[in-house]
Design a protein around this ligand. Structure first.
Ligand SMILES: [Zn+2]
Length: 246
């Protein structure tokens, strides 16, 4: 899960400098990682073991040059979850207006889809869905789906919960809206979650080096600090010595 890809140091820890994102792509390419669209995860077992679905939340305008064009250049794919009230405007939930909070235009979204990227919904207004009724959640989902479908002239089947926040009504509303797959912000591999409306993702932070990305891909976790990994290996060695097999 990526967010913005500005040229300068981001002001949000969820965004990443465009040249560091480029380094991530070079790493994936060099190490033979296959990229698929989020919606293609349903048939993930037919893909090579080193397969990853790159996603972007909110639809920041700096993704166009900072992420979309490099992805095309590397012949890779990704999925964008767009908040439709903000298309061509600012991400109002981010507070102050800045170039970093500018959202992609409808024309850019159309072109990204035409070039083989996937567009998914991220609601209309980016609310914490758990504060809304089922009916309000359903409106946030279905209206954003309709708007995006008219922009890309195609079906929208993927969804991402804003802030990763969801409750049982969110899952029902997502199913009733016609989403096939929806993702949270809980860390983990695709195969670690049976419910297609609760797909896990790994969060990429502003200072995640290529080495951190590599560890995140191995451990499918957001915390891959050396301290944590040392404990992990220590535990494995201890388990081996004491005969634990789980
Ligand atoms: Zn978001």
């Amino acid at each position: 899960m990526y967010h913005g890809t500005p040229n300068d140091n981001p002001s949000s820890r969820y965004s990443i400098r465009a040249n560091l994102f480029n380094a991530h792509l070079r790493y994936l390419k060099k190490n033979h990682w296959n990229t698929i669209l989020f919606k293609e995860l349903t048939s993930y077992s037919t893909y090579p073991e080193k397969t990853v679905a790159i996603t972007f939340d909110d639809g920041y305008a700096d993704n166009f040059e900072g992420a979309f064009l490099p992805l095309v250049n590397y012949n890779m794919k990704a999925t964008w979850f767009i908040t439709t009230d903000s298309i061509g405007k600012h991400a109002h939930w981010m507070g102050t207006h800045a170039p970093e909070t500018q959202i992609l235009t409808a024309e850019q979204i159309f072109n990204m889809k035409k070039t083989g990227m996937e567009i998914g919904s991220h609601t209309c207004s980016h609310p914490d869905l758990t504060t809304l009724s089922y009916q309000q959640q359903k409106i946030e989902m279905s209206e954003s789906k309709q708007i995006l479908e008219s922009i890309i002239n195609g079906k929208i089947t993927s969804f991402a919960y804003p802030y990763g926040m969801h409750n049982s009504d969110s899952i029902s509303a997502a199913i009733d809206t016609g989403f096939k797959l929806a993702c949270t912000a809980r860390p983990g591999k695709f195969s670690s979650e049976k419910n297609p409306l609760l797909i896990r993702r790994i969060t990429i932070f502003d200072n995640d080096s290529v080495n951190t990305l590599a560890r995140k891909l191995i451990f499918s976790d957001n915390d891959v600090s050396l301290k944590k990994l040392t404990n992990y290996y220590y535990q494995r060695i201890t388990d081996k010595v004491t005969g634990h097999r789980n």
